[in-house]
Ligand binder design. Structure first.
Ligand code: NAP
Length: 532
């Protein structure tokens, strides 16, 4: 019998300063555990050029009329709005992302923490209207004519095209530096989990804490968004390498020089010191971190450990230790108190993970497979739950797929290496990753590895016994530290404290007399400057 359940309501978009519902049936969003339809999204029928013009002209002008300190206060106000409604966000995350509370926190509290960090850092920038980059530089023998590099907010809009795994953090980690810079934001969340992004924007808009046009949300199809970008706009994309290729080759980027930041997929590594032993603290720390990385958000973290490199003689012991801890991970309905790992975001993602796993298995054996244990309170025919799997390969230098295919789920591959040089060479086969963690009690080894790994990674995270209870976690992206990575990781850079503001500013050199540069300094801090 055909279902008589009516389609769920369409979530409205917020563009041109008003809520607008898209036309047509829209795309459905599901509860990935229960299989029920939760909401629909549609961007059909929106006047996107008008939406971008409104954000650029009204939002941008209003934001740039403020100082950094005043914009930092706006971020603080957004934090207050979101803090007050956190319970709603956790309920949405459980329903739409299938995450247990601890994993929802990574997204929700992680986003709010990032916003508050930028609110604090922005406050320190004071009443300036632009940023100085370095000191004045003499241009010749006579010191009267000098060059001053300055950073001014780009007079455009920031378009964010985001991935499904961080509907909250993915918005706020980008919006915080953009808004602090004075650049209005249009966010297009990934369809599968768009509800949380849409609700957060709705709460912030309804609270009236941001100027009109500062924050817009378009849910549903991405069609037409890139076409609206103009030369002073920027686009920040997070998602798969395939879509990244489309973004990079779009005329907006290729012809109109729209600045583009790409965060794509990544085969992040963990490296155990060759001198480690089975009973050493470094060994235990690696095992703990690998298990955490495989299971937090069911492995749907761009930074998650995918490849684990250990000395050959510790291969079996590491497999046993990781397997023993994975065996204690209960998988199923995140609403059930005993469940430690919820579901993936959709059945489609679960299918993708199984297909990726099959590819990896052509070059690796199975060391641990949690799939024989029944799911807790979830129907395997409906729920997008995938149990953790640890694969292993003792000859990784002969492998190809293992260094190339990212499986975006609770899957990692243990690999044996023979010496330090070989381990570093194998890590480099990932062709550029977001993060590599190093586990060692030897500062000299950490320093050597960090220097060798830094050019291939956005972040090197060293875990030694003295920081065992202090370190922030391999996969946790802290706003103070850089996020992004070279090569296949996309080549982007985000966060890193105030470094993130660089993406939303233009750097220019002003070459002038000392008197003119003095006048520029005065204008830049007077509250009247730089309103294009
Ligand atoms: P995806 O399929 O590339 O989608 C990402 C975003 O792009 C979504 O909003 C999607 O919209 C949109 N999109 C799809 N086709 C588009 C097009 N032709 N033009 C413009 N936008 C388009 O990626 P995903 O599967 O959601 O994300 C998983 C991947 O993201 C993983 O590989 C992961 O490693 C990576 N990731 C990286 C980071 C990082 O910081 N480096 C963080 C998180 C995830 P729809 O959803 O509506 O299709």
């Amino acid at each position: 019998m055909p279902s008589t359940t009516p389609p769920a309501p369409l979530l409205p978009n917020f563009v041109e300063g008003r809520w607008q519902t898209g036309t047509g049936p829209g795309l459905p969003l599901f509860d990935p555990v229960l299989g029920t339809e939760l909401a629909r999204v549609s961007s059909a029928g929106l006047n996107l050029p008008a939406a971008f013009a409104f954000a650029r002209e009204q939002g941008g002008r209003a934001l740039r009329a403020l100082s950094y300190r005043e914009r930092a206060a706006l971020l603080g106000a957004v934090v207050d709005v979101l803090q007050a409604r956190k319970d709603d966000y956790y309920a949405i995350a459980t329903a739409n992302s299938g995450t247990v509370t601890r994993d929802s926190a990574v997204d929700i509290d992680g986003g709010i923490f990032t916003l508050s960090t930028y609110a604090r850092q922005g406050e320190r920038l004071g009443d300036a209207r632009c940023l100085r980059d370095g000191d004045r530089i003499r241009m010749g023998k006579d010191p009267l004519f000098q060059s001053q590099h300055i950073l001014t907010p780009t007079p455009g809009v920031a378009l964010f095209i985001n991935a499904f795994n961080f509907p909250s953090w993915g918005l706020w980690e980008k919006a915080a530096p953009a808004l602090l810079s004075g650049v209005p934001v249009i966010v297009k969340p990934a369809t599968a989990t768009a509800w949380l992004t849409q609700r957060m924007v709705q709460d912030v808009v309804d609270a009236g804490v941001l100027p009109p046009g500062a924050l817009s949300v378009v849910c549903g199809s991405s069609a037409g968004l890139m076409d609206c970008l103009q030369p002073f706009d920027v686009v920040s994309f997070t998602g798969s390498a395939d879509t990244a290729r489309i973004i990079r080759s779009h005329p907006a980027v290729a012809e109109r020089s729209v600045r583009c930041n790409i965060e794509a997929d990544s085969l992040n590594s963990a490296l155990l010191d060759p001198a480690a032993t089975e009973g050493s603290e470094a060994f235990g720390l690696l095992v703990k971190e690998v298990v955490r990385e495989m299971t937090v958000k069911s492995g749907q973290k761009c930074t998650a450990i995918r490849r684990i490199f250990v000395p050959r003689e510790l291969f079996d012991a590491t497999a046993q230790a990781i397997g023993a801890q994975l065996a204690r991970v209960t998988v199923g309905n995140p609403r059930h108190g005993s469940v430690r790992m919820g579901s993936l975001v959709s059945r489609e993602q679960a299918d993708n993970v199984r297909a990726g796993l099959a590819q990896l298995k052509t070059e690796a054996g199975v060391l641990f497979d949690g799939s024989s244990v029944p799911l807790v309170d979830a129907d395997p025919a409906v729920a997008a739950c995938v149990a953790p799997t640890l694969l292993g390969c003792t000859e990784p230098s002969r492998a190809d797929v293992l260094h190339r295919v990212e499986v975006f789920g609770p899957v990692a591959t243990l690999m044996a290496y023979d010496d330090e040089a070989q381990a570093l060479e194998l890590i480099a086969r990932g062709e550029g990753s977001l993060v590599c963690s190093v586990y060692s009690a030897d500062p000299a080894f950490v320093a050597r590895a960090a220097l060798a790994l830094a050019p291939l990674h956005g972040r090197v995270h060293a875990v030694s016994p003295d920081v065992a209870s202090l370190h922030t976690g391999h996969g946790n992206v802290m706003p103070q530290s850089l996020h992004g990575g070279p090569g296949r990781a996309g080549g982007g850079e985000e966060l890193g404290g105030l470094r993130a503001l660089g993406f939303y500013h233009r750097r220019s050199a002003v070459q002038a007399s000392t008197a003119a540069l003095d006048a520029l300094d005065a204008l830049a801090t007077s509250g009247h400057a730089f309103q294009p």
